[in-house]
Design a binder for this molecule. Structure first.
Ligand SMILES: [Zn+2]
Length: 118
């Protein structure tokens, strides 16, 4: 099934499996990860379209379609957007949207586009 034909629920479950692939890819390439923000509860962050916290109004975190990862290599915490590029390119190769491409780069953000939201 094409991702664009998926319901939100199907897409969320596909996204989770994509994240598993991303984590496996990272560890196979000597990166280590911890989770930053994954789901952002609309009760705290506002419904989609509503700006209520640090989260953007249309954030895919509110729809379970985005995860932020903290990146490590050789015991060092890598904080630059560009540090994520190898993982970002892998993520794009399996159909994801990488935040490192945003006008204001957000390299630790890995999402799956939904109705124009990234
Ligand atoms: Zn994010």
């Amino acid at each position: 099934m094409k991702v664009s034909d998926m319901t939100l629920g199907q897409k969320q479950r596909h996204f989770t499996q994509m994240i598993a692939q991303l984590i496996e890819y990272a560890y196979a390439n000597d990166y280590r990860l911890t989770f930053g923000d994954a789901y952002r509860d609309p009760r705290l962050h506002g419904d989609v379209g509503v700006k209520k916290s640090y989260s953007s109004a249309g954030s895919l975190h509110k729809s379970r379609l985005a995860v932020d990862f903290n990146l490590f290599k050789d015991g060092k915490y890598l904080t630059a957007s560009d540090d994520h590029k190898p993982l970002g390119e892998f993520w794009e190769s399996i159909g994801g949207t990488w935040g490192g491409r945003f006008p204001s780069p957000d390299g630790n953000h890995y999402s799956l586009e939904h109705r124009g939201r990234k």
